[in-house]
Design a protein. Structure first.
Length: 166
């Protein structure tokens, strides 16, 4: 079967179950106030673009981009079905999201992920893709349970003014 990455604009039972599993994955990784995964309703809200990698009608991976300002978006809800890990789905989704952002004139993508060992593979994926650690952005505050990362999409390199690597 072929895997297709498609925009998700309405809730389906499959995507609802997939994203609920994502939220359950976060249980116990940090205190509730330090968990920033969005529920499905927020992922379907204006200003957010949710995508799913689908095979045979079943979601295998998700990723979203949420607007921070007209040139800066936040990466949200990156998840691969645990049974499907190792197939390159996360890398494919991340590349797809970067291309989507570039095509719309976005110049920077930032993200928040956990600082615990559970999130080590995610941090490694983002580092391989060129993301670097940065200060909290948007509405985030410093949090020992969070790692903040950013990626310039305009080829200028470096970090945005006011943000610095920690």
């Amino acid at each position: 079967m072929n895997i297709v990455i498609e925009r998700v604009e309405t809730a389906t039972p499959e995507i609802t179950a997939f994203l609920l599993a994502h939220l359950r994955d976060m249980d116990g990784t940090a205190p509730p106030e330090s968990r920033h995964a969005l529920p499905l309703a927020a992922l379907l809200a204006p200003g957010v673009r949710l995508f799913a990698a689908v095979e045979g009608g079943r979601p295998l991976a998700t990723g979203a981009l949420a607007s921070i300002d007209e040139e800066h978006e936040e990466l949200k809800s990156m998840r691969t079905d645990p049974a499907q890990r190792g197939r390159g789905l996360a890398t494919a989704m991340l590349s797809f999201l970067q291309a989507d952002a570039v095509s719309r004139g976005i110049r920077r993508i930032s993200l928040e992920t956990g600082s615990q060992d559970f999130f080590r593979p995610a941090r490694a994926l983002y580092s391989r893709a060129g993301f670097v650690e940065c200060a909290p952005f948007g509405r985030y505050l410093p949090d020992p349970h969070s790692t903040f990362m950013t990626l310039s999409l305009d080829g200028a390199g470096g970090e945005p003014e006011g943000e610095h690597t920690r």
